[in-house]
Structures are given as structure tokens and as C-alpha cells.
Ligand binder design. Structure first.
Ligand SMILES: Cc1cc2nc3c(=O)[nH]c(=O)nc-3n(C[C@H](O)[C@H](O)[C@H](O)COP(=O)(O)OP(=O)(O)OC[C@H]3O[C@@H](n4cnc5c(N)ncnc54)[C@H](O)[C@@H]3O)c2cc1C
Length: 288
């Protein structure tokens, strides 16, 4: 199908984009890689009257360090993440997960900012940012503010962003060197969204898990911070009993819809299975 008509704007600076968004009617939308928004427009599920393209804004692109914090510009593509040395060195789970998103064509265009700002519970990056305790930097008519990824998602396509705000960057404090990590994503085929997926970031000290964060993708209306599952393994050497307890805790918070990917029961079960697999792989990777 063909999208409805809209006016196209291409600002070259973030302040200009924010001002433009404030000056236009409420049906104006920003567009990043377009790989979620354009399909929605073609299906007429979205009909923006104005599109503000962020592609010309250089300050929104790239990854840098600010002390011990990775600062990922919202317009950094998933492909850029995969190739970035800072990401590989400090938050390799982002590279591992980006490689599981769709296919190279989508990853060349799709941005990290679009992926997390969209509020689609099927997107992979939000759970990653929750597990890493990422902070979203939003720029709006009243200035900039920061919202934790763990507090950003209210419901499907419903986020803590206020009208007129544009996501400028994501700040991720680099986990300790030698940390363990894994993103386990069950999907029906290459290029599919997750049936269920689990992100784990942990540290190990003296053979036992010292810190752990777990977040789940596509098993509820929002990505889920599985705090109880993480607490179940802290202080353990990931023995069978604590692993089972963590998997059960992840399962218990999952409330997926039945769809072509499986029944409610199956997808709940898979939330636990993915969590157990991610924990085992992260633990094996971590330096004791
Ligand atoms: C075939 C296919 C398979 C896919 N499979 C997966 C998958 O397995 N996993 C996955 O995670 N994703 C998947 N995607 C989605 C893909 O990763 C999208 O590119 C991504 O989710 C959205 O990023 P975008 O840059 O394309 O955003 P756009 O489509 O441009 O925008 C998406 C939404 O976010 C808003 N937005 C964008 N940038 C900002 C910003 N900086 N500030 C505020 N709002 C903003 C837009 O207004 C829009 O509402 C798939 C897409 C396709 C087409």
C-alpha cells in the first residue's frame, strides 16, 4: 500500500529538529531509519502529516566514551553498533544482540534510537538497555532530561517520552571488565522478531555471581526487567537449583499474547528457557 501524504523536513541540527517538532501539529513525527515507521505508514496504521527526518543531524550519530560511560547517538545504526570497537570492548552484548536483529539490509538503516524509542515490545534493544541500566537522553522544548530505560516503557508504543521530545542519545555505564553477558533469542527464522528473548549481564567474584541484571523481550506489552530472576542467582555459583529458580521467576512475570509464534503457555515457558540459557552462557564467559 501507499502511505498517505505528508510534508517532509530535513533539519541539520537537533535544536532545529526540536523547534520544528514544536511548531508543527501533533501529527508530526520524526523518522530515523524508517524500518518500523514506513511499514506502519504503508499499512495506514500511522498517518503523520509531517515527517522530520533525523538523518541529516550529525550530532546524533556515533558512539563515544564520557568517562566510563558509553554514549550512543540515537541515529547510530544497528550496523554501526556491530562494527564499533568501543561497543565491542565495553558492552559486547549490544553487538551480540544487534547481529540477531532482522537482516543486514534492515540493520544498515535501522537505528538504535528508533529501536528503543518506538515502544514496540518486539524490538530487541530495549531489554538490552534495561539489562545494562541504560539512560535515555531526551531533548524537548523545555530542554534535556534523562529517563532510565527501566522506567521508559508504559505499554505498547506508549513510553515516558513527552510530546515534542526527541531521543538524542543513550548512556550506558560500561559494566566491569571481565563481566559476563549473553542475549538468547528464540525466533522462528532469520529476520524474525523474538518468540521470547532474555538479556543477561553479570559479574562474578570468587566463583560466585556478584551482580546480575536480566531483561526480557517480547513476552509482555513492554520489555520486562526480571529483577526477581536476577536476585535468585546473586551469591550463587549458578547451581542447578538457583538456575531453575531464576527461570521460574522469569516465566512467572511473562504475560505474552498467543500469536503465530506460539501459545501463551509456550512463550511463557520460553522466557524461562531463554533466561536459563543466557545465564549459563554469561556465567561461563565471566572472569572469576
Ligand atoms: C523485516 C524487518 C524485520 C525486523 N526485525 C526486527 C527484529 O528482529 N528485532 C528488532 O529489534 N527490530 C526489528 N525490526 C525493526 C528495525 O530494527 C527498526 O529499524 C527499528 O525498530 C526502528 O528503527 P528505525 O531507525 O528504523 O526507526 P523508524 O522506523 O524511523 O521510527 C520508529 C519510531 O520511533 C520514532 N523515533 C525514531 N527515532 C526517534 C528518536 N531519535 N527520538 C524519538 N522518536 C524516534 C519514530 O517517530 C517512529 O515512531 C525489523 C524491521 C523489519 C522491516
Amino acid at each position: 500500500m501507499i502511505p498517505g501524504t505528508f510534508d517532509y523536513h530535513r533539519p541539520t541540527g537537533l535544536a532545529e529538529a526540536v523547534a520544528l517538532l514544536a511548531s508543527l501539529d501533533t501529527d508530526a513525527r520524526v523518522i530515523a531509519g524508517g524500518h518500523s515507521l514506513i511499514p506502519m505508514m504503508k499499512l495506514r496504521l500511522a498517518a503523520p502529516t509531517h515527517l522530520i527526518d533525523l538523518a541529516g543531524i550529525g550530532e546524533l550519530k556515533g558512539v563515544k566514551m564520557d568517562g566510563d560511560t558509553l554514549v550512543i547517538g540515537a541515529m547510530t545504526t544497528q550496523h554501526d553498533l556491530i562494527l564499533n570497537d568501543l561497543v565491542a570492548a565495553h558492552a559486547p552484548i549490544l553487538k551480540e544482540a544487534a547481529l540477531l536483529i532482522a537482516d543486514p539490509q534492515v540493520r544498515y538503516m535501522g537505528t538504535v534510537g528508533g529501536n528503543v524509542a518506538n515502544g514496540d515490545p518486539g524490538n530487541d534493544m530495549p531489554a538490552l538497555m534495561m539489562a545494562l541500566d541504560g539512560q535515555y537522553v531526551l531533548s524537548g522544548p523545555k530542554g534535556a532530561r534523562t529517563v532510565a530505560a527501566r522506567a521508559y516503557y508504559n505499554g505498547p508504543y506508549d513510553t515516558a517520552a513527552r510530546p515534542g521530545e526527541i531521543l538524542a542519545a543513550i548512556r550506558v555505564k560500561a559494566p566491569a571488565a571481565g563481566h559476563g553477558y549473553a542475549y538468547e533469542k528464540l525466533k522462528r527464522k532469520v529476520g524474525d522478531y523474538a518468540t521470547a528473548a532474555s538479556a543477561v549481564v553479570l559479574t562474578v567474584s570468587g566463583g560466585k555471581i556478584a551482580t546480575c541484571a536480566i531483561a526480557l523481550t517480547n513476552v509482555a506489552d513492554t520489555p520486562l526487567n526480571a529483577a526477581e530472576a536476577a536476585a535468585a542467582v546473586i551469591g550463587t555459583a549458578l547451581d542447578k537449583a538457583s538456575l531453575a529458580k531464576a527461570a521460574a521467576a522469569a516465566e512467572s512475570i511473562a504475560s505474552p499474547a498467543a500469536d503465530a509464534r506460539g501459545s501463551v503457555q509456550y512463550r511463557k515457558k520460553m522466557a524461562g528457557v531463554m533466561t536459563a540459557r543466557a545465564l549459563a552462557r554469561a556465567f561461563a564467559r565471566a572472569a572469576a
